[in-house]
Every structure is written in C-alpha cells, then in structure tokens.
Ligand binder design. Sequence first.
Ligand code: HXC
Ligand code: NAP
Length: 285
Amino acid sequence: MEGMLKPGSLSGKTIVITGGGTGLGRSMGKYFLELGANLVITSRKIDVIEKTATELMAETGGKVLAVPCDVRKYEEIENVLRQAETTFGQVHGVLNNAAGNFISPTERLSHRAFDIVVDIVLKGTYYTTLAAGKNWIAKKQPGTFLNIVTTYAWTGSGYVVPSACGKAGVLALTRSLAVEWAKYKIRSNAIAPGPFPTEGAWSRLLPGDLVKKFDPAERVPLKRVGEHQELANLAAYLMSDYSAYVNGEVITIDGGEWLRNGGEFSHLESIPDQLWDSIEKNRGK
Ligand code: HXC
Ligand code: NAP
C-alpha cells in the first residue's frame, strides 16, 4: 500500500489527467505529484477541480493547474493543452481517465442515454488523444498515453453496454496507436482495473441497496477490492521512463476477478473439504 517508485521518478514531467478531480484520477494524480510531476487536471466541474488542485498542492507541495473542459468538446481540450504549455512549457503524458457510466437493462435506455456514455468514454478519449498526439507530432516531442479501461472491454458485459462499447473502442485505440505512433516516440498503454471503491463508480453501479446485496469483493479470488495506491503505483510506472519498452499493453489489476468469473469450474470453490473427501474416496466407482 506504499508508493513503489523511487522519489523523483516523474520529476520534470507534466501530466494531464482527464477526470482528475475525483476518484481514481485524483489518487493517481496525487502519486504523480509525490514523484515530482506537474499536474493538469480537468473535468466539467470547475469547483471540484479547483478544490482538488488546492488540496493536492497543500498535501504534496507540487504544482497543479485546474482547467475546466468537457472532453466531448475538441476546442476545450485544445484549450487545456494550450494552458498546460503556457504554465509548464510542455506536456509529457496524458492519462485518459474521464468516464461516464450507469447500470440499466439496455432496452430501457434511450438513444441519448447510450450516446452520453459512449461520447464521454470513447469520443472523449479519441478527441483528447488526437489533440495531444497532433501537438506532440507537430512539435517533434515524445509523449505517453495511458488509458483507463475495464476488463469488460474484451469480455463485454450486460447492463453496462454503452460503457462496454466505449471501453472496447478505447482499447482498440490504445493498441492501434501504439503501433502507428511509435515512430513519433509516442507510447500508448492501458490499465484495466477491477473494483476500486470510488464515490463516482459505487453510486452509479451499486445504487441504493445493491451495495448490500452485491459485495464486489466476493467476485474477486483475493476476496478484497483494490487499494488506490496499488493502481497509482502501476499508473506511475506506465507514465514513467522505467516502462519505456512497454507499448500497446493493457495491464489488468483486479485480483483475478475476470478470469475467475470466466472459468468454467471456478464456482467449485463453494465445495467444502468434506465433500472433496467423499469425491476422492468414491473416484472411479
Ligand atoms: C438510464 C440514464 C441514467 C440511468 C442518465 N440517463 N442516467 N438512463 N439510467 N441511470 C439518461 C438520461 O435520462 C438522459 O437521456 C441521458 O442519459 C443524459 O442524462 P443527463 O443526466 O442529462 O447527463 P449528464 O448530466 O451529462 O450526466 C452524465 C452521466 C452521469 C453519465 C449520466 O452519470 C455522469 O455525470 N457521470 C460521470 C461520472 C461517472 O459516471 N463515473 C463512474 C465511472 S465508473 P434522456 O433520453 O432522458 O434525455 C466506471 C467503472 C467501470 O466507468 C468498471 C467498473 C468495474
Ligand atoms: P469518477 O470519480 O466518477 O471519475 C470520473 C471522472 O470523469 C469524474 O471526475 C468526472 O468529472 C469526469 N468526467 C465525466 N464526464 C466528463 C466529461 N464529459 N468531460 C470531462 N470529464 C468528465 O469515477 P472513478 O471510479 O474514479 O473512475 C475513473 C476511471 O476508472 C474511469 O475511466 C472508470 O471507467 C475507470 N474504472 C473505475 C473502476 C472502479 O472500480 N472505480 C473500475 C474500472 C475502471 P465531472 O463530472 O466533473 O466532469
């Protein structure tokens, strides 16, 4: 649960985090600051990002610029990048973390509800990627993208279908540009977190009594949810030069959750030892 990298591992780097005012974006940003990075955080709510910026600067002594932006608006992303360069000189990394999500049977969704999630997750990520990537290429600067997806980007999942479609697109974007833009010294990687408690995710994915009914830890072989620092360690590594040869990778950090729930016989963990004894005794009979 401690920071993993050497002090100063991100020193001199400026990192833009979309959705950086809350939840996992905030936790990853805090660790980037502790490792010496300058931070630019952005989301739709100016009051939230300004408060987070003030708190993070007080907690870490680092520099944080808060710029409001809706990632579905290309010119607002360009403005974030412009302001980041005016303040810090150059952007070195972009963490595409902003997302929208909620649970619903798909047939109950309006087309606007489907749009809103796909637009934040997929359009927001490719707009931010295009704006930052074009800027780096034009200025002949190297850069690093880190995109937050989920494991249902490749398994799919009922009841969060717009999010699954959006995240699958983000994963395809990550792998495609890892190859295409490597010649410009731009790396692209992704992280697929399992359950990490945040207000934003829990309130929308486990609303009301669902949180009592479905304990996310129960689905995880390690029988616990993730600690934010565990994710921050991985994110900082992938943002740092220590991962200079990692490109086009998606790293899962979920305690084995998705494999367990895909495994044909994983449910046999509910068989008690006595029953295994009896099965063993009677084998071949
Ligand atoms: C069905 C819904 C809905 C819901 C909104 N809509 N919430 N439909 N069920 N729960 C519909 C509305 O009726 C409307 O359609 C359309 O969606 C737009 O809704 P608005 O409320 O106007 O949108 P907005 O205020 O912009 O809010 C966007 C949002 C909201 C996505 C709906 O939840 C949000 O701001 N989310 C940001 C943060 C977030 O979601 N964090 C969680 C990420 S967790 P109509 O037809 O009525 O106009 C995550 C974890 C993944 O991604 C993996 C976990 C393991
Ligand atoms: P969160 O706190 O709700 O974070 C989502 C952020 O996205 C918010 O700060 C939100 O800020 C921002 N955002 C939403 N729409 C935006 C828009 N149009 N433009 C700019 N910013 C926007 O939830 P979280 O759990 O930390 O999620 C962070 C990331 O982790 C997401 O990509 C999510 O899919 C992923 N993830 C989370 C979990 C988990 O268990 N928590 C698991 C797997 C993956 P505003 O509302 O102010 O815009």
